[in-house]
Design a protein around this ligand. Structure first.
Ligand code: GAL
Length: 655
């Protein structure tokens, strides 16, 4: 199986999406000059080129791409070649309206934007396969080709008629009989029993709440249909170029794809990451997405897109202050990226993203953005040989599962204040701030390598996953679970007692009487801290080893946190400092050490291979203790016992 290291060959890939079709040919030469000057060694082309490559049905215009592939090769720049299938040409929707998706209200998503394709449309799939076939055949032997990039950020839903037929097929495969489907969906409720397959629809607009099991299956189906689109194109390119790796770029923590499953189908895992430069927790969001992507990749991964400056899709779009782009790029490298790429190379002058930054902004070569890109390119070239391929070791895994997220995020739940990604962020943040490096894992993955497993929330757990958690604790390792975990089975059926009995025994919960969700901003007092979002009326079993109790209010004296041996249950969301303290203690008990001690606030410490990355996310200089003698790869100087990092400063320390 081809790998990322086949492409990087001891370098860090540096570059971005390049859309030369938006520019006259003289600009291409200028671009290549600037790319070389900035140390760009990789460009992604063709992402949105379908209308250019196939201007009329069945016609082909590859001439311009031939020229660019040759130019890139001559310049020593590798090409990540994209299949253009995320934005079909306007003629397709016009001639084949069946290729257009429909939303839950039956409204068509027309051309004029992008991603206006129905994943279930046989016509779309036929055209997509044909252009992919011709692209792959044409460039299979081109020396500039380094990697295939399939489609772009698969993220669409379709409630149309062809999708409905595909949904029925998918359901037949899953359930076999209508009886089994009716049982799984609990259609006895509200008289929803189906008498024939043809009666089943995607969850279109309804008068009141939808059947949650139907919605859950529709999410599973959507992820699977998009994955079919991906694998169909992947198989075509792989047939032509078995030695060239294939990826598709994920959106960060995107709800629409079961990215664990998807990652298994990719040679390389890549992600697009756009933290808000103004968000004080932007770096932590970045770290979370990077940890998740690395875990999906089970090793080095690609940062396929980030912004060199502002994006244009927030309400107010802030630029990156001087130094921040470099810092966040080094953060990605610290957390396992072997590619630092951007959307896009040259900022557009027209179209929907003309106010989205590029590596070369409207200010051009003299602009601060390009100048910072140049400096970063040189630094990545410097550290690449020592960093690329390096592994990150973690003794902690945070568990995350898309199906649990989908099931738990439905209408009709106890509290709309509870948000799965927000919980993941809260728990990851507690560990991140303590410099405890974490992987992510699926609840059914092999957890034996981890001393501590952390479950912010897994509302839905399969029996296999539950047995996996039990085995983890039985094996002597630690487990901490947040509230609303193990509530439902795979059909979103509430388990007897409101939480799986095996888990209740594991944590020493005798009875779970009621959930007491909290209003926005409301807190609940516990011994030594305040809880937010949620509380629970729990009766502890006699064999519990430790409890922290609710204080005052309706739950006064009842357990808020329970511990039985190595298994902890946290029935509220402790405020950040308390959660940090709790997890630091559990980690220490489990024998997990932070990357570095005495790290000042705002500084992130990560170890990749035998390199120590220190990243100052603050605007003030700060001195960091790092006992011993180190080589600073970025400056070439020797560092002894401590180092001062300026505003947004970074150091990469080697032995
Ligand atoms: C990504 C997308 C790019 C560009 C970018 C802007 O979602 O893949 O094509 O639109 O966002 O931030």
């Amino acid at each position: 199986m081809p790998k990322l290291s086949d492409v990087t060959r001891g370098r860090i890939l540096f570059g971005g999406d390049y859309n030369p079709e938006q520019w006259p040919e003289e600009t291409w030469h200028e671009d290549i000059r600037l790319m070389r000057d900035a140390g760009v060694n990789s460009v992604t082309m063709g992402v949105f080129s379908w209308a250019k490559l196939e201007p009329r049905p069945g016609e082909r215009d590859f001439g311009w791409l031939d020229t660019l592939m040759d130019l890139m090769h001559t310049a020593g720049i590798g090409v990540v070649l994209a299949t253009p299938t995320s934005s079909p040409p306007p003629w397709m929707g016009r001639l084949h309206p069946d290729t257009l998706p429909r939303d839950a209200d039956g409204r068509t998503e027309w051309w004029g934007g992008r991603q206006h394709f129905s994943h279930s449309s046989a016509t779309y799939r036929r055209y997509a396969a044909a252009i992919t076939e011709d692209l792959a055949a044409r460039y299979a032997d081109h020396p500039a080709l380094t990697l295939w990039h399939i489609n772009n950020e698969y993220c669409t839903f379709d409630h149309g008629d062809e999708a409905a037929a595909a949904f029925r097929r998918w359901l037949r495969d899953r359930y076999g009989t209508l009886d089994a489907l009716n049982t799984a969906w609990g259609t006895a409720f509200w008289g929803q029993g189906y008498d024939c397959w043809d009666g089943i629809l995607p969850p279109r607009r309804t008068h009141y709440l939808k059947n949650p099991a139907q919605v859950l299956d529709f999410r599973r189906f959507t992820s699977d249909m998009l994955l079919e689109c991906f694998t169909a194109e992947r198989d075509i390119v792989a047939r032509h170029t078995p030695h060239i790796p294939v990826t598709t770029n994920f959106m960060p923590l995107w709800t629409g794809q079961d990215a664990w499953r998807w990652a298994e189908e990719e040679d390389i895992v890549s992600v697009d990451l756009y933290p808000d430069p103004r968000d004080p927790l932007g770096p932590q969001h970045g770290a979370l997405v990077q940890d998740l992507t690395r875990s999906q990749a089970r090793g080095p991964w690609m940062l396929m897109e980030q912004a060199a400056g502002p994006v244009n899709w927030r309400g107010v779009n802030h630029p990156k202050p001087r130094g921040l782009g470099r810092l966040w790029s080094l953060q990605a490298v610290a957390r396992g990226a072997d590619a630092v790429c951007y959307f896009q190379w040259r900022q557009s002058r027209q179209g929907a993203e003309k106010f989205h930054s590029g590596m070369v902004g409207h200010a051009g070569e003299r602009g601060r953005t390009y100048q910072e890109i140049r400096r970063l390119g040189a630094e990545l070239a410097l550290i690449g040989p020592e960093v690329a391929g390096g592994r990150i070791r973690s003794d902690i895994a945070i568990l995350h599962d898309w199906h649990a997220w989908w099931a738990g995020a439905q209408e009709g739940r106890p509290s709309t204040e509870v948000d799965h990604p927000a919980l993941l962020h809260a728990w990851h943040r507690a560990l991140w701030e303590s410099h405890l490096t974490t992987d992510f894992a699926h609840p059914e993955h092999d957890l034996s390598g981890y001393k501590l497993v952390v479950v912010p929330q897994l509302y839905l757990l399969s029996d296999t996953a539950i047995e996996n958690l039990l085995a983890h604790v039985r094996g002597g390792s630690a487990l901490v679970c947040g509230f609303m975990t193990g509530v439902a089975d795979e059909d979103d059926r509430v388990r007897p007692g409101g939480m799986d009995v095996r888990l209740r025994e594991l944590f020493g919960i005798r009875t779970l009487h009621e959930w007491w969700p909290l209003d926005a901003g409301e807190t609940v007092a516990c011994d030594g801290f305040r809880g937010t979002l949620w509380s629970e009326e729990i009766e502890a079993a006699p064999d519990v080893t430790e409890t922290v109790r609710y204080k005052g209010g309706e739950l006064d004296g009842l357990p808020a946190v329970l511990r039985k041996g190595q298994a902890w249950y946290v029935s509220t969301l402790p405020e950040p400092e308390a959660l940090r303290g709790l997890l630091a203690r559990v980690a220490a008990d489990a024998g997990v050490r932070p990357v570095l001690d005495n790290v000042p606030p705002g500084v992130e410490a990560v170890r990749r291979g035998d390199l120590l990355f220190l990243l100052n996310h603050g605007r003030e200089s700060v001195t960091v203790e790092c006992p011993g003698t180190h080589r600073d790869l970025l400056t070439g100087t020797t560092v002894m016992d401590e180092i001062t990092l300026g505003r947004y400063g970074a150091a990469v320390l080697g032995p």
